[in-house]
Design a protein around this ligand. Sequence first.
Ligand code: SF4
Length: 880
Amino acid sequence: MKTTKTTCPYCGVGCGVLVQQDDNGVFSVKPDPEHPANQGSLCSKGTALVETLAHPDRLLYPEINGQRVSWDEATQTVANRFRTIIEEHGADAVAFYVSGQLLTEDYYVANKLMKGCIGSANIDTNSRLCMSSAVAAHKRAFGEDLVPCSYTDLDQAELIVLVGSNAAWCHPVLFQRMVRAKKANPALKVVTIDPRRTQTTDLADLHLGLAPGTDAVLFNGLLAWLADNGHSATEFVTQSTNGIDAALEMAHDSAPGVNSVAEQCKLEAETVDSFYQLFASTEKVVTVFSQGINQSSSGVDKGNALINCHLLTGRIGKPGMGPFSFTGQPNAMGGREVGGLANQLAAHLDIDNPQHRDLVQGFWQTSCIADKAGLKAVELFEAIHSGKVKALWIMATNPAVSLPDSRRVREALEKCECVVVSDCVRHTDTVDMAHIRLPALTWGERDGTVTNSDRTISRQRPFLPAPGEAKQDWEIICEVARAMGFGTHFPYRSAHEIFREHAALSAFENDGKRCFDIGPWQHLSATEYDALQPTQWPLHADGQGTARLFADGKFFTPSGKAQFIAVTPRPPQSTRTPEHPFVLNTGRVRDHWHTLTRTGISPRLSAHSAEPTVEIHPCDARDQGLQEGGIAHIHNALGAVLARVKTSRNQQRGSVFVPMHWSGQFSAAASVGRLIPAVTDPISGQPEAKHATVAVEPFTAQWHGFLISRRKLSPASAYYTIIKVEHAWRYELAGNETSTSWPAFARQLLCQEDCASNWTEYYDPARQTYRAARFIGGQLESCLFISASAGLLPQREWLVSLFAQDSLQPAERASLLAGKPLRAGEDRGRTVCACFNVGEKTIRTAIAAQGLKSVEDIGRCLNAGTNCGSCVPELKALLQ
Ligand code: SF4
């Protein structure tokens, strides 16, 4: 058994995993019990990593205009096109759009090429979409982009406040850590602040379901209330902070008292008072904030409003307390360390500061360096649309889906003279629009480091050979740099050499002026780099890490003091109108990641949320004429989306929630980026992805259906979504025009040629009911079910199980067409527990038949909920 220690590639928790390969070459994935981030736990996504190793749609060779070419030709072509455009239009006519999926070493060389050699700062990252507001808030308050806390603070806190964070689904291992902390210390209180009641609320002693966008009012009110009621840490405020008076004046003006806060936030005054009393009376408070704060047109101010409360009470730099930004991506933090954002230099240095520019240029020994901030993501694509930026290199991300106003982003890509994409996947909405495609390695194949939400730098180590001609991103970037004539600055032969340079830059002319310092690692040997243990920066001279920042009351502003920020709360930019009366909120679901390129190929992960849904309060659904399980047409002036209706009292009236994951590769019309306006925070440039306004109406389908097929097919229906199931793909279908001949429709969809001999079907034209199955060599190849009503379609899960069989007996074929399982219990229902593949029907049956009363009972009986714990809130709901 060969074991490789590496790091999960999904979220910013940064869990350590052990990948084991047995003598037959079979891989398995286990949590690393020694990694400080997860201490032996993994969530459902981490547990299922092994299912995503063999991607069926890899980009394996370089391509120009769809034709395979050699690496030399591809590299030279990219270099020539970029060079020509730079010579004709200047350095700012080219850009890179990179990703929190890149490793730090990849990020470092991309940034060096653009800012240090090309001389433009037009390199931005998709991390702009998830945490750039937190970066700016940290910088304003602490003088540098610094996360004060450590995950151990979650174990030691007496009060955890989660603001705009559905950690139960988005940072599951940290949520389970909080669950364990609460079990170990029943006095620990948890408060959730979110317009939605989410799975995270399940842990809360108090939930504040405030009106969307009013977080700054709530925290300004808290600041004023704490000061007025004698809860200021006077000595800390005097010795270690500046700006208290202005911040308090603004807080009093905007949130004068509990009643005013309650009215503005649309909360009960008692609820606000309870929260303020709890915050005031608890010394060890950790305030976790995430995308609900960051993805806002006032996200930076919201971050500072909550940081202000920690500064006023001196609750920072000590065990069990501090403001704590949970990052979305696996290496958003690493990108921040090397200057992956267009308004940063490397090593936490400022692009606007001439001395910092001189320092970096002196270290790199390059002839030019960008002298001003580059274009942030939304501005960048607008500049492409207007023709100012003419060449774009996109690395490891899918902006055609994930950026706001995605229709305009696609227009920009269509207009762009030269679109280069380096990716590991052959088809994404973005890769499909590229002129030049460069095959990149992915998780399990590449070598380097990542940094998680609590500043822990961990190794990602390879355990798979490189497929086809794919290369690591840093190698591709270095080859293009050499072809552009910058070879002397890119001599690297390994990720290790790049990492050492990155470490050396962090220490260069530092002398304690900058917190980010990993200087002791600049002399690591290759063996030491390979053996690097997870460590939190900054490093002490002896190479030891630092769990918590600011313990000495010293900050990294010019004065050495933390800065209070006077915050004027601003409402979201989109306001409800009679035409668009609903607020649209977006976010993640439990088992999916980004635009489904990885999790979308795992049957286990896809089973939990098989379709894009719109969550809506049942009263709103009734008023809009929407039915549970029907299809909703969600639209505004920018575009339209179709999603399955899911009613929920956890949703506020007047607000709806649609997940962010579905792209054109997995649906006909479910990319929610179509509905998000390109509105951004004026400081961070982060888009307001949590607040668009939309209309929600029924999509009047004439027919509903589903298709399960071993091969991927191309259904031409107004509504379709695709998920991977065991041995096949499953499509949910609906159309607004009924067919005059379903048999002809089926043959066109399912057959390529002469399929009649292996064909069995049932058709009742009067009831618009059609069922067909196609067999190849006795094995079920595909089946199609059509009905006038979605409720009359059979359950999918047992039909999927038939695809595991080499052949079907006559009785099984008959049951297939009848739409009823041959044996009772074959239909498990929708997957609830992804770790042990336990379905909803199985759980309901066991609860009823065996009198199960608790989540523990279910665990003992079915194993469900006993591994990652992500499904526990759903198990509780089923028990209720
Ligand atoms: Fe991966 Fe889950 Fe850990 Fe995030 S919480 S790093 S997705 S295992």
